[in-house]
Structure formats: structure tokens, C-alpha cells
Write a protein that binds this ligand. Structure first.
Ligand SMILES: *[C@@H]1O[C@H](CO)[C@@H](O)[C@H](O)[C@H]1NC(C)=O
Ligand SMILES: *[C@@H]1O[C@H](CO)[C@@H](O)[C@H](O)[C@H]1NC(C)=O
Length: 524
């Protein structure tokens, strides 16, 4: 049984990668950093080729996760090349993302074992089913967000805290220390907001006398200082700025200078009223049941709820800032669901309880099907690039200008399939068709180029333009539209089908509305 659950977790995380292989702008720093480490290596002479010197982003971010991901992916890329699974660079993006998804899925598999030990086998099954039928966490497990990198060590820490006998009243001294050390490391290197989860956890452990102040201070100092040394060492090198501690810089820039509010301010309650329901789906009501029926769950949920309240104090709110609480709420929900399904089946109440759990899981699946399909249609830049590479694959000289929207919705460096760098050190050319051809196309991402300037630029042969500016481009008589790429707008109820009332039309009751986003243009 436990093997089946582990395979299910891995399969769901991987399926999301394969179904939506492209990336968005939030992921691009870490994705491109991974690309650069893979392609150029980490020697000082390679650094000038790195993308972050051209497109640094609003604040510097850490390379620690990307370097580890690239190194972890390398042997797999070699293997995939050897067995002819790699056709061009875009396949490398899928491999890198699969490695990340697998690492995060393994975190959840480990956590499931701890749940099984502390709350019993049925709760661990429901924990996995709830996690796999949700959308956000499985979909993002393989996406190179800083928060995704942070999720793995946070889950390892949770594993250490939860993994104990069902009647144990205190976590083991060493488990608690290791968990605090992991969370300190994560807060220092990956995401500063983890400190808001760590603080209530430490406070709870001190109040319950699970640890002593002396030991907290010792772990904080030793682990905090060595993590700071690590991130300053690695990131000062890659950014060529001394000394650079990216998370501290981000904290200073976004929180102390209040820059994050420029991205938008939401009311205090938004994490509880919008983001948490979206992340948890039906695990939210189930977690309330879990909290009511089990004192251990109340103790478990105290730190994440304190975290949510603390982080609600920041004006700018995004679901990914609080993604770390999902595993804990899923444990609570699994406990609640276990209680519901173990009521006496003979009674009406017992049967209703059982049905409600089945119904809530089915509801999760339905919501996830729609969210997944919408997300798959939400990367027009990636689809446009794939189409472009396909259409002009036989040409030798191409200089394509890529609009901002295309760059933000999937046109990552891995999709520059007909331009250097070619990973000859990882894949020999006879295993890798596009390496053998070694074309030197130019994928030009220069921002703020006026449409007229684009027409006048003699070396530019093609453009992937936004629909809004394409009209202006086509007016100039220089361009021919070659292909149009749509993007997701919304779901709409299909009233015609409802009138017909056919059973087999059930799947078409809701239809996806798309609209043109990008146009591939060729110069006449
Ligand atoms: C927990 O239960 C096990 C077996 O049922 C028992 O051996 C152990 O002493 C119990 N521990 C505590 C802390 O009650
Ligand atoms: C990209 O396009 C712009 C605008 O046409 C041009 O100024 C720039 O030189 C191009 N970049 C490269 C690398 O060719």
C-alpha cells in the first residue's frame, strides 16, 4: 500500500510537469540560473555568459537551490541523452523540472510515513489522497519558484516533528533540534518568511518545555551563522557583489522599505478567506473536523495558524508565501476524514459521514481537472516558441524578436533551441539532433522596442508579438502573420448542451474560452 501511495505522489507531481512544461516569469530567475549552471558550468570564466547580469530582476535571489538542482539533474540528463530521450534543449527543461518535482514529492512521501506512525495508516492514506487531488501544491512542486525550493526542507522539518509514536507526548530532542536547524537554514537562504513559522514553533516548544532557551540560542547561532556564511559565499560569487545575502536584501527592500506594497496590497483576512481555501480545497472543512476531534492536531496547527496571522500583517499577499502550511493542514484534514469514515456504518450518520469524505475528494478531483486544463492553456509564450522552432526548424538564419508577454509566459532560455549554448558536454551530438546542427539563431528579448524600430531593424527577420501591438506591426506592410497563439480567458457554462440534457455531454457543460495572445510574424 505504501509503495502505491508513494508512486501516486510521484506520478501526480510528474504529470503536472509533463502537462504544463513551460514556465512563467516568477520561475524564470531560478530556471535560468539552473540553465546557466548546466550549460556553462560554475567557473569564474563562465560567469559573464550568465543571464542574470542582463536581466537581474527586481531583487537578487539566491543561486543555492539552482546550483543544487543543476548538479542533481546532470547525471539524469546524461542518461536521458544516452537513451535518445532528448531531442532539443526544451527537453532539458522538462528533466530539470521533473527532478525538482521528484525531490518535493519525496518530501511528501516521507511526511506520509510520519503521519502513518503518529495518526495511523488510514490517516496516512487520506493525507496522500488529499495532497494528490489538490491543485496548487502538486502543480507547483516542479516549478522553480524560491518557495518551491523552500518547501522541501520545510517538509523535512515537519517530518522530524511529526514522526513519533501516536501516544508520545513530546518530540525527540534531536528531532526537534534538527527541525529548528532546517527551518533556520531555509529562512536564511531561501525564504525569509519561514522565520514567521519558526518563531511560533520555537515559542510553543519552549512553553511546552520540549526544549530549553539555551539550546534554541545555540542552534540559532550555529545554524544561522553557517547558513549566512553559505549564502553570502555562494551568492556574492555568482552576483559578483561583495557581500551579498539575497534574502536579507529582499527583506530590506520589500519589507523595511515597503517596496512589496507596490505589487499590490490586500486586506488582512485574504490568506484565510481566499488563499487558504484555494490551496486546500476540501481539505479546509476536513481540517476543522480534525481540529475538533484530536488534541494532537490542535497542537500541530497552532504554529501554522500563528504564521498565517503574522504574515497577514504584510500588505502584499500571495498564495505562494503561505504554501508551507498546506502539508500541516492536510494532516489535520486527513485526521478529520479518518474520524468521519470510522463512524459506525450501520447508522445513517455513519453513512453520511463516509459519503461526505468521498464527495469532498471527488470535488477536489473535479476542481483540479478544471484548474489543470486552464493552466495548461496559460503559457502562450511557451507554445509560441515551440511552434516557431517547429515552423522554421530547417532555416539557418533567423533573428526573432520576442515580446515581453511571450518572455513572461514561457519563452525561457531552454526554448532557444536553435541557438548556443549547446550542451555538448552533457550530450554527444549524435544523440542530440539540434546539437548536431548547431544553428546560430538569435532570440532577441530586448525590451521596449517600438514597432516601427522593429520593422526598420534589418537583421530582425521574425517577431513573436503581442496581439495588441501586432495590428500596428501589420499596418507597416513589412510583416506577414504566420500563426496565432491563444491563451486562457475563463470557463463558461455551455447553455446549449444543458438544453439538450444528454448524459454524454456532461463533460462539455463547461467550455474553455480562449483568446489570441501572441502572433508569429515574418518579414516580407
Ligand atoms: C505508548 O504505547 C506503547 C505501546 O502501546 C507503550 O509501550 C508506551 O509505553 C506508551 N508510551 C507512552 C509515553 O505512554
Ligand atoms: C535586438 O533587437 C534590437 C531592436 O531591433 C536591436 O537593437 C539589438 O541589437 C538586437 N540584439 C541583438 C543581440 O542582435
Amino acid at each position: 500500500m505504501s509503495t502505491i501511495l508513494d508512486v501516486l505522489t510521484l506520478a501526480i507531481a510528474s504529470a503536472h510537469v509533463v502537462l504544463a512544461p513551460y514556465s512563467k516569469v516568477e520561475e524564470s530567475f531560478n530556471l535560468h540560473a539552473t540553465h546557466d549552471v548546466l550549460m556553462y558550468g560554475v567557473r569564474p570564466a563562465s560567469l559573464p555568459n550568465y543571464d542574470h547580469f542582463v536581466f537581474p530582476g527586481a531583487v537578487p535571489r539566491t543561486f543555492v537551490g539552482s546550483v543544487l538542482l543543476a548538479w542533481l539533474s546532470q547525471p539524469l540528463i546524461r542518461l536521458a541523452c544516452l537513451y535518445h530521450f532528448v531531442h532539443d534543449k526544451s527537453d532539458l527543461q522538462v528533466i530539470v523540472r521533473l527532478v525538482l518535482a521528484t525531490a518535493n514529492a519525496l518530501g511528501f512521501c516521507l511526511l506520509r510515513r510520519a503521519v502513518s506512525r503518529r495518526f495511523g495508516g488510514p490517516a496516512s492514506v487520506l493525507f496522500t489522497l488529499l495532497t494528490c487531488t489538490q491543485f496548487h501544491v502538486p502543480f507547483w512542486m516542479g516549478r522553480t519558484l524560491p518557495n518551491t525550493f523552500a518547501l522541501l526542507p520545510v517538509n523535512l522539518a515537519l517530518y522530524l516533528l511529526v514522526n513519533r509514536a501516536s501516544n508520545s507526548t513530546r518530540p525527540s530532542e534531536s528531532g526537534l533540534s534538527a527541525a529548528m536547524a532546517l527551518l533556520t537554514f531555509t529562512a536564511v537562504v531561501f525564504r525569509a518568511e519561514i522565520s514567521l513559522l519558526l518563531a511560533p514553533l520555537v515559542l510553543q516548544s519552549l512553553v511546552c518545555r520540549h526544549t530549553t532557551l539555551g539550546s534554541v540560542v545555540k542552534i540559532g547561532l550555529v545554524c544561522g551563522l553557517s547558513s549566512i556564511a553559505l549564502t553570502i559565499g555562494v551568492d556574492s560569487y555568482f552576483w559578483q557583489q561583495w557581500p551579498l545575502w539575497p534574502e536579507f536584501y529582499g527583506l530590506y527592500f520589500n519589507v523595511l522599505q515597503g517596496k512589496s506594497s507596490e505589487w499590490g496590497v490586500s486586506p488582512f483576512h485574504v490568506y484565510f478567506t481566499a488563499h487558504l481555501p484555494k490551496l486546500l480545497l476540501s481539505a479546509l472543512p476536513l481540517s476543522l473536523v480534525g481540529t475538533l476531534v484530536d488534541g494532537r492536531i490542535q497542537a500541530l496547527l497552532l504554529p501554522p495558524i500563528a504564521f498565517l496571522i503574522l504574515i497577514s500583517g504584510l500588505g502584499h499577499k500571495e498564495w505562494r508565501f503561505v504554501v508551507y502550511v498546506v502539508p500541516l493542514f492536510n494532516i489535520a484534514a486527513a485526521r478529520g476524514a479518518t474520524w468521519l469514515i470510522s463512524r459506525r456504518k450501520g447508522t445513517l450518520f455513519g453513512r453520511l459521514c463516509f459519503l461526505s469524505v468521498a464527495g469532498l475528494l471527488a470535488g477536489n478531483c473535479l476542481a483540479t481537472v478544471f484548474l489543470t486544463r486552464a493552466s495548461m492553456a496559460n503559457y502562450p509564450g511557451g507554445h509560441a516558441m515551440a511552434q516557431f522552432n517547429e515552423i522554421y526548424g530547417t532555416r539557418d538564419h533567423v533573428h526573432v524578436h520576442i515580446s515581453n508577454l511571450a518572455a513572461q509566459t514561457g519563452a525561457s532560455l531552454f526554448l532557444h533551441t536553435n541557438a548556443p549554448p549547446y550542451p555538448t558536454h552533457l550530450c554527444s551530438s549524435h544523440n542530440f539532433p539540434s546539437v548536431a546542427r548547431q544553428r546560430h539563431w538569435v532570440y532577441n528579448k530586448t525590451e521596449h522596442v517600438a514597432p516601427s524600430a522593429l520593422g526598420a531593424a534589418h537583421d530582425v527577420t521574425h517577431a513573436i508579438a503581442e496581439v495588441a501591438t501586432a495590428a500596428e506591426l501589420e499596418k507597416t506592410d513589412v510583416w506577414t502573420a504566420v500563426s496565432i497563439v491563444d491563451g486562457f480567458d475563463r470557463w463558461q457554462l455551455n447553455r446549449e448542451v444543458l438544453k439538450g440534457g444528454l448524459l454524454d455531454a456532461a463533460m462539455r457543460v463547461v467550455e474553455m474560452i480562449r483568446s489570441p495572445r501572441l502572433i508569429i510574424l515574418e518579414k516580407r
